[in-house]
Design a protein around this ligand. Sequence first.
Ligand SMILES: O=P(O)(O)OC[C@H](O)CO
Length: 500
Amino acid sequence: MSASELILAIDQGTTNTKALLVSQTGKVLHQASVPNQVSYPRPGWAEQSALDLVAGVKSVIATVFDLAGSDHVIAGVAISNQRESIIVWDASTGEPIGPCIIWQCRRSADRCDALRAAGHADLIEDRTGLALDPLFPAAKIAWLLDSVPGARVRAEQGELRAGTVDSWLLWTLTDGAVHATDHSNASRTQLFNTATLEWDAELCALFDVPQRILPQVKFSDAHFGDIAAGVTALPAGTPVLAMIGDSHAALFGHGVRAPGTVKATYGTGTSLMTLTKQRVRSRHGMSSTIAWSQSCVVHHALEGNISVSGQAASFMAGLLGGKDAAALSALAQTVPDSGGVTFVPALVGLGAPHWRADARGAIVGMSLGTKPAHLARAAIEAIAFQVADVHAAMEQDIGVPLGELRADGGASRNAELMQFQSDILECPVVTASAPEVSAIGAAALAYSGLGIAVPGVAAARTVNPIMDAQTRNQHRQRWQAAIAQALVQPTSNKDNGGHS
Ligand SMILES: O=P(O)(O)OC[C@H](O)CO
């Protein structure tokens, strides 16, 4: 492979869709990004247009292809994606039968509750490593099949296909030639048995999902298929050489190949992940998941997924009439602390380690002295507090103190947040020199299949704790009291999308 042959990595996230041209040394040579719309049609629901996601991918590919010019040859494509978001489409027309129901959506909460009430939660977690929760696609697929007229019959007759975003993009980029996913994405569906490495017939029956509509599961560094003629700016036949969930790709991008290092990706939500020697069952609210499969070997991990973290800042910015998360962060810096105000961004329930779909957001501790800057500060601090909760639970599962935390994603560039994170965790936080670690990780995985070892993204700086123990404990107690408040708030049926 000559040095001019490069991987184009797509990072299809909830908030943005990006494409990056990544060199054989892991350097980002060109990149493009477009924002995505998310709709919230009812309390607790969240969805995107599946066709808009494809349009965004085509647009960023075209921009990067143009920027690459004739200097570079695109040897292949790597896909990293928002996980647990599901699309069901017509196999002959490629038309989605409904929206892309995204990971944050809670519309299938009643189905999960029914399975729990029937005593199936333990079996589901035992086989998939995932706590029964509407975050995961299984119950969402069933919801779509039952809500779109005629869909269930069509699914049973083999006329429909279902898949997570990687699978949907692969289908469209190959013009319907390939219906496949990788082990990391399959392991997030709550239908994949991570012990047998197959779709689990019993789980498909429990969730009422016909197995025949699910994609073929391949190794994350497989040759998944080839880009079809006229679908994108890329030449026909450009191979798709890697697919991997974004959080998993970030761990790979940090250069982590063995247990012992934990990373946090600060995106719309935040995911903490660490490799494990084998498949484990968490006892402290973590997910046991497949990190990736490479060179025909499956690697397992523990993960704690926080549903709303970076998004807590943009949400609070909106409430306060501010422009965006960056403006909120600037406002937060005008006060030395939150003035005793705590914000729990349980805006779609709480994920790890609590797993309470019925929890709702809470702002506690306000007084007549509370200013918008205190609320802004509380929103930034909430990101760090949630990460600390998952970190503590993960440490309990692992049984030994976790060392430094590797940080990546947009909010990892916020110096004040990283300092507060280190202070609350009482451990060093090492930030990555490039924020786009997921895309670089996906590219590195594709390169690895071509025999090229891309180094992990270098550290930008190490942030050490400076907070005194008494202040840290006060902060932690304040947070725990607020979490308790968020967990006891009554949820009306309407908040679950009208389901009882
Ligand atoms: O859209 P992101 O980058 O926040 O990632 C979403 C996660 O993959 C959901 O599990």
